[in-house]
Design a protein around this ligand. Structure first.
Ligand code: TXA
Ligand code: MG
Length: 325
C-alpha cells in the first residue's frame, strides 16, 4: 500500500519521483489530487490513464503563488486582486497561457488558457517547494466517481498507480475549488466549489458572469473552444492522400516522405496521448489540405484520443458549463 505520512524524506522522495515523470497523490484542503509534473506531457498522460478519463478535460496546475503563475500565464489586475484575496486557498483561475508557456499542452487539453491554483494544505505546499515544479493535479478518483477526501479513498480508487499516496488526514473543505475564468474585467463562474460566490463578488464589487456563449473561456469537455486545428481532419485513414499531412499510430504505419508524426511507434496509447496536441499543432502549421489520422484503438486512453479527434474535426455547440467527471 503506497500510503505514507509526509516527512522531509518522503516529500523529497516524492519530489524526485515527480521529476522523473511518476505520479503522486497528495492532500489539498479541498480534495486529494493526483499530481504529475505539469511540464512533462508523458507524466500528464499517466494521470489521464490512471483516472480512466474518457476525455481530456483540462487539469488544474498547482503552484506556490503569483510569481510561479506569472511564469506561465498572463495575470491582469482583476486576476491579481483575486489572487491577493484568496490564495492560498480553494480558488482556481483560468488565465491566458503566456506565449512559450512551458506547461504541457495536454494539461490545457490544447486550449490557450490554463487553470492555476495555490493550495493551502501544508503537505501540498511542502511538495511544491521540494519539487520546484508546477504540479498538474485533478481529483484523485477514477473518472465518474466522487472526489476522494481521505488517503484511504485514493488507495481504494487508484491503489498502486501513484508512486506514493500522502496521508494528510481528511480534507478540511471536502469540495473541489471554485473555478473562475478571467478575461479582461469579465470574471466567469465556471465551476461552483469550496469558495462561495458571494465572497468573490464582495471582493470584486460586482456579480460573477455565468458561462455563456459570450465568453471565450468555458469549462471541460465543452469543447467548442477546445483547440481545433484550422486544417480539416480526416479520421480512420490508412494513409494520406495527395497534399495531406498524416498522424500515424503504431508499428505498422506506412513510411512516408511527407509531413507525418507517429503518435507512438510502439503502439502505446499513453505515449500517443502525450503527443497528440503537439502533433495537431505542428501539422496544422504545415499548410496541408487536410490532416489524415490513422485509426486509434478505442480502449484505455484511446477512447479519450478518439473523443478529442472527433471534436477537433467537428465544432460542437457550446453547452452550459457543468463539471464533467
Ligand atoms: O479542488 C480542486 O480543484 C482539485 C484539487 C486536487 O486541487 N482539483 C480538481 O481538478 O478538481 P479536476 O481536474 O478534477 O477539475 C478541473 C476543473 C474542471 O472543471 C475543468 O474543466 C476546469 O477545472 N479547467 C481546467 N482548466 C481549464 C481551462 N483551461 N478552461 C476552462 N476550465 C478549465
Ligand atoms: Mg474531478
Amino acid at each position: 500500500m503506497p500510503i505514507v505520512a509526509a516527512t522531509k524524506e518522503s516529500i523529497d522522495r516524492a519530489a524526485k519521483a515527480l521529476a522523473k515523470g511518476e505520479i503522486v497523490a497528495f492532500p489539498t484542503e479541498t480534495v486529494y489530487g493526483l499530481g504529475a509534473n505539469a511540464l512533462n506531457q508523458a507524466a500528464v498522460a499517466k494521470v489521464f490513464a490512471a483516472k480512466d478519463r474518457p476525455r481530456f478535460n483540462p487539469l488544474i496546475v498547482h503552484v506556490l503563488g503569483l510569481e510561479e503563475t506569472e511564469a506561465y500565464a498572463t495575470v491582469n489586475d482583476t486576476g491579481r486582486k483575486l489572487i491577493c484575496a484568496f490564495w492560498p486557498g480553494p480558488l482556481s483561475l483560468v488565465l491566458p497561457r503566456k506565449s512559450g508557456c512551458a506547461i504541457a499542452d495536454l494539461v490545457s487539453a490544447g486550449l490557450d488558457t490554463i487553470a492555476l491554483r495555490s493550495p493551502s494544505h501544508p503537505v501540498a505546499r511542502d511538495l511544491l517547494k521540494a519539487a520546484k515544479l508546477p504540479i498538474a493535479a485533478p481529483s484523485a478518483n477514477r473518472s465518474g466517481r466522487v472526489s476522494p477526501t481521505t488517503a484511504a479513498h485514493v488507495d481504494a480508487e487508484l491503489g498502486n498507480l501513484p508512486a506514493v499516496i500522502f496521508d494528510g488526514g481528511p480534507c478540511t473543505l471536502g469540495l473541489e475549488s471554485t473555478v473562475l475564468g478571467v478575461e479582461g474585467d469579465r470574471v466567469t463562474l465556471l465551476r461552483f466549489g469550496a469558495l462561495p460566490r458571494q465572497e468573490i463578488e464582495k471582493v470584486l464589487g460586482r456579480k460573477l458572469a455565468a458561462p455563456d456563449a459570450g465568453s471565450h473561456v468555458t469549462s471541460p469537455g465543452q469543447l467548442a473552444t477546445h483547440y481545433a486545428p484550422a486544417t480539416p481532419l480526416r479520421l480512420d485513414a490508412s494513409k494520406p492522400r495527395h497534399r495531406e499531412a498524416f498522424i500515424a499510430f503504431g508499428p505498422n504505419a506506412p513510411n512516408l516522405a511527407g509531413p507525418m508524426i507517429n503518435l507512438s511507434r510502439r503502439g502505446d496509447l499513453t505515449e500517443a496521448a502525450a503527443n497528440l496536441f503537439a502533433a495537431l499543432r505542428t501539422l496544422d502549421a504545415v499548410g496541408a489540405e487536410a490532416i489524415a489520422v490513422m485509426p486509434i484503438p478505442n480502449h484505455g486512453l484511446g477512447e479519450a484520443i478518439n473523443d478529442r479527434l472527433k471534436r477537433a474535426r467537428s465544432p460542437v455547440t457550446l453547452t452550459a458549463s457543468a463539471d464533467l467527471p
